[in-house]
Write a protein that binds this ligand. Structure first.
Ligand code: PMP
Length: 406
């Protein structure tokens, strides 16, 4: 990446020392760090324009509303959605999926219906559907993976039958890094007349997303993994589906008129945005999208891939007993691994003592861990501000930790 030092200078957190060593932050899949331009937007939101959105005639309220609505236009363009009415702000991917499961699933799924998920789903794309099972006897069918961590598309096609009503899969796996063939997944479901939700939490930070090209019925993602603030996410939904869905939550902002006898709901997208949103976070997300586009999403991805390939090769060459989970071509810059006989938790803890931040455990994907026959992994993942020198420090630390534990 050109100007990597200039990029890093926008992240004061990267100058932190951990146990007397410079931080090497490789937990970007869980959340990415936030550049000054995004933090400044949050500060300005609180110090200059804070007023509740949509309800005011005064200047501050109108400014705050415009900041939120211009963020909505920006998100629409960013994912090439047809209209801003189809962009719903949520608290994150988790809430976006819960919204669809509760509102769409709650209204349209019945006893005996089946939905298709994949074995690599994050818990946030499993549990919301299980919550529905309290209301109806819905069967969850699961797409398995192949040896390299790619989805078994033949098995996927074989799962459809006359009971299938919905498909919900991730665009990219937060454990394996696999990028799923979402266009093909959607096309297959549509051939059966079935709508599809794509969990884009791990794709939106690294790939150019075009919801019309994918033809996704719903697409969910989180700002905090995209150099943006925590607590803000997006649900894109096709208008024809959003219109027939009942509201998810009730409250202010989502109504047209309320009486004790009868309440009518606001137009899209507000029907699904009950209560005061994190309008300051939403405006900051706008800046995060500008930031990503200024750097160039393809360039970000190319930089991350260079680090991924370099680090993967050296890990396999230099660390005896190294096992990497997820080797599908074109995967995202995520390395989940285990070293024979060494516990992931011990590795993560010792790496932390050397200044290296990686994640350990099941990564909110316990069914995938079960399918892989393991309890957890260590996971290193890259973002635009990571450097080859940091990869070297990680590799040195990893060698040391691995020798210690052996
Ligand atoms: N899906 C995937 C694939 C994820 O990686 C994550 C976050 N780890 C989520 C969903 C949930 O995102 P959030 O916690 O931001 O709602």
């Amino acid at each position: 990446m050109e100007d990597i030092e200039k990029i890093r200078a926008e992240y004061p957190i990267l100058d932190r020392m951990i146990y007397g060593r410079p931080l090497v932050y490789l937990d970007n899949t869980a959340t990415s760090q936030t550049p000054d331009c995004v933090v400044n937007s949050i500060v300005s939101g609180y110090t200059q324009t804070k007023a509740n959105v949509h309800r005011g005639v005064h200047t501050l309220s109108m400014e705050a509303t415009e900041l939120q609505e211009s963020a909505r236009r920006r998100v629409k363009d960013f994912i090439n959605a047809p209209s801003t009415e189809e962009i719903i702000f949520t608290r994150g991917t988790t809430e976006s999926i819960n919204l669809v499961a509760a509102a769409y699933g709650g209204a349209f799924l019945r006893d005996g219906d089946e939905i298709i998920l994949s074995v690599m789903e994050h818990h946030s794309n499993i549990v919301p559907w299980q919550l529905l099972q309290r209301r109806a006897d819905i069967r969850i069918r699961v797409i398995p993976i192949r040896e390299d961590g790619s989805l078994d598309m033949d098995e996927y096609r074989a799962l459809f039958n006359e009971h299938t009503r919905f498909v919900s899969v991730c665009h990219a796996s937060n454990v394996l890094g696999t990028v799923n063939p979402v266009k093909e997944i959607v096309a297959e479901a549509h051939a059966h007349g079935i709508p599809v939700l794509i969990d884009g939490a791990q794709a939106a930070p690294h790939l150019k997303i075009d919801v019309q090209d994918i033809d996704a019925d719903f697409y969910a993602f989180s700002a905090h993994k995209m150099y943006g603030p925590a607590g803000v996410g997006v649900l894109y939904g096709k208008r024809k589906l959003l219109e027939i869905m009942p509201p998810y939550q009730g409250g202010g902002e989502m109504i047209e008129s309320v009486s004790f006898e009868k309440t009518t709901y606001a137009e899209l997208p507000y029907k699904f945005e009950a209560g005061t949103p994190d309008f300051i976070g939403i405006a900051a997300f706008h800046q995060a999208i500008n930031y990503m586009e200024r750097l160039g999403i393809e360039k970000i991805a190319a930089h991350e891939h260079e680090l991924l390939e370099y680090t993967t090769r050296r890990m396999l060459d230099e660390i005896p007993g190294m096992r990497i989970f997820g080797t599908a071509p074109g995967k995202c810059a995520i390395i989940s691994f285990l070293v024979d006989g060494e516990h992931h938790y011990d590795m993560g803890m010792l790496l932390d003592k050397l200044g290296i931040a990686v994640r350990t455990g099941h990564h909110c994907a316990q069914p995938l861990m079960t399918a892989l026959g393991i309890e957890g992994t260590v996971r290193a993942s890259f973002a635009v501000y990571n450097t080859k020198e940091e990869c070297d420090r990680f590799l040195t630390a990893l060698r040391r930790v691995s020798e210690m534990l052996r």
